[in-house]
Write a protein that binds this ligand. Structure first.
Ligand SMILES: Cc1cc2nc3c(=O)[nH]c(=O)nc-3n(C[C@H](O)[C@H](O)[C@H](O)COP(=O)(O)OP(=O)(O)OC[C@H]3O[C@@H](n4cnc5c(N)ncnc54)[C@H](O)[C@@H]3O)c2cc1C
Length: 532
């Protein structure tokens, strides 16, 4: 059977297993008859453990299991499976509930009114609050790929090579980016969708880019535009055209990794997934293996029991927040004392800044939630800047446009262990976001000079956001805390393969595609060289 057919077969098998697990409400998922762990006096045993099921964890799981390595994937969040026959698996943006937000009873989106509901649960989106930065992340099977904006541009070559002079960009460009694009399914907006009323705001943005002399950018999206087209024609339930995106997309328009990489890994028969399973700490045993201490959560996210899982190979892929929390804690509590002191360092927020501007013209009341266009501002004197035309889909004609900028900002923070809290916390200076704000201000000045209008202060107190990020990156940076393939310095068979690999920036674009391409590159090398 050729590779593509084999991948499709495994994906199909895995999708059925995920569907069955969702229907039965079980938090241990595998192919029928596939029980990977044996239970010992000390806990379960398996060959490899992957912590976290976002981009890095999903790719690690697929590449390990297709090589025949028995793997257990641990995910603290819940499985939300849209193929299980219920069409309202995710909460809606307009009427969120416990499924929307991690263990809170009010919304934490950066814009719009605060909405409340009763109860708390393991919802898909989390906001982790540190002193000078609020970090958004996905917390469910599929991690950030379930909640993200699905913008998957490729890093700019010069900016990427500045970050990693030792990784040939051509290798990513020729091999790893196309591989990820092929598996996830990525394309730019078709003209008929851009021409629809839902993307009037994007069309206005393109005209403004041209008027101001910026490059026009068509953002590659990890979405199925055919489904969005069907939404527009009224033949499927609306989601992208009905304000939904950040709490998950019920009609399948978002190609999240629980719909491609993860089922393909499950379909090998070598993967067991344990959801609602939060990793608390990691210890090196005398025989060289790792012991992973986990808390099992119930459907309401309440801790019910603890257990350990022992493995030879440990992949920490819990996203930049989760991986730093786990590894810095393990080092500072003496469980992994030889871990590099560089773990936790060189963390950044990809220069994120957001702003709204009044434009004195209609931009559309109903705005498609997946951003599809942007402004390339490469001659910004403060460094190359990409501004993406984000929607503000509240069903009203606001005559304002929202932009998300990825700016060059060299300010970095670090994760340090707080003994009192028993937790690693992010330390970032209060003025770390200033260069990003200035970059965004340069953009706003130029686009307003060319098109009229003014900064809209409705969205952010000072006009430009200064305290949150969607793009946490770093802490276990390639070539610093690990080798160039994610082998963490200090311990054999310990790997970190996720957004922590990137030094706070990602080559001037949103990070998920580059995290994925690097993860593919890491796993290719690891599987070839470390598993005989
Ligand atoms: C609202 C939003 C919009 C975004 N939009 C975009 C976009 O359009 N384009 C883009 O490129 N990027 C976007 N991002 C960022 C993108 O989602 C992340 O860069 C990406 O998901 C990071 O991948 P990762 O592999 O590092 O980990 P993640 O995808 O963050 O996955 C980590 C997983 O580990 C789990 N985990 C954490 N701690 C533990 C633990 N202790 N035990 C067990 N499991 C644990 C988490 O629940 C999560 O499922 C967005 C993010 C958010 C929040």
């Amino acid at each position: 059977m050729n590779k593509q057919k084999e991948f499709t077969r495994r994906k199909f098998l895995g999708m059925s297993a995920l569907g069955t697990a969702a229907l039965l409400g079980t938090s241990v998922i595998g192919l029928p008859g596939c029980k990977k762990e044996s239970t010992t006096l000390y806990g379960e045993e398996t060959e490899a453990v992957v912590i976290g099921s976002g981009f890095g964890g999903a790719i690690s799981s697929l590449r390990l299991t297709e090589k025949g390595i028995k793997t257990t994937l641990l995910e603290m969040g819940k499985q939300y499976d849209i193929n299980n026959g219920q069409n309202k698996v995710f909460a809606s943006t307009l009427k969120p509930d416990t499924r929307s937000t991690w263990m809170r009873s009010e919304s934490v989106l950066p814009l719009g009114p605060k909405l409340r509901w009763s109860g708390k649960g393991p919802g898909v989106l989390d906001r982790v609050e540190y002193e000078n930065m609020k970090v958004y992340r996905g917390t469910c099977l599929g991690g950030g790929s379930v909640v993200y904006g699905a913008m998957l541009p490729q890093a700019q070559e010069d900016l990427f090579q500045n970050l990693f002079p030792n990784i040939p960009y051509s290798e990513l460009n020729d091999k790893w980016y196309p591989m990820v694009r092929n598996i996830i399914g990525i394309s730019t907006v078709p003209q008929d969708i851009l021409d629809s009323k839902y993307y009037q705001y994007a069309r206005v943005g393109l005209q403004h880019a041209e008027n101001a002399g910026f490059g026009k950018f068509f953002i590659p999206g990890g979405v199925n535009f055919d489904i969005i087209r069907q939404e527009i024609h009224g033949t499927v339930e609306k989601a992208i055209t009905n304000q939904d995106l950040l709490y998950g997309v019920n009609n399948g328009a978002k190609n999240s990794v629980d719909r491609n990489y993860i089922p393909a890994a499950l379909g090998t028969g070598n993967l067991t997934i344990q959801t609602l399973t939060k990793v608390e700490n990691v210890t090196k045993l005398e025989d060289g293996r790792f012991e992973v201490l986990v808390t099992k959560l119930d459907e309401r996210g309440i801790a019910r029991s603890q257990k350990t899982i022992i493995c030879k190979y440990l992949f920490v892929c819990a996203g930049s927040v989760g991986s730093n929390e786990i590894l810095v804690k393990a080092r500072e509590t003496g469980n992994l004392p030889d871990l590099s002191l560089k773990v936790g360092k060189n963390w950044g927020f990809n220069g994120n800044a957001m702003a709204m501007r009044k434009v004195n013209q209609n931009v559309g009341a109903q705005q498609g939630t997946v951003p599809v266009t942007g402004y390339v501002y490469n001659d910004n004197p403060l460094g190359k800047t990409l501004v993406e035309q984000a929607p503000y889909p509240i069903g009203l004609e606001l005559k304002s446009l929202l932009g998300l900028a990825v700016t060059l900002n060299e300010n970095k923070g670090s994760f340090e262990y707080d003994n009192t809290l028993g937790k690693a916390m992010l330390k970032l200076s209060a003025n770390a976001t200033e260069p990003s704000i200035e970059s965004m201000r340069n953009f706003l000045n130029r686009v307003i000079d060319a098109n009229g209008g003014e900064i809209d202060y409705k969205a952010f107190k000072n006009g430009i956001s200064n305290d949150f990020t969607y793009h946490p990156l770093g802490g276990v940076v390639l070539g610093e805390a690990s080798d160039m393939y994610g082998r963490v310095n200090g311990y054999k068979n310990l790997y970190c393969v996720d957004g922590s690999m990137l030094p706070g920036l990602c080559g001037g674009v949103n990070p998920a595609l580059t995290i994925s391409a690097l993860a593919e590159r890491c796993l290719d090398n690891i599987v070839k060289n470390d598993f005989n």
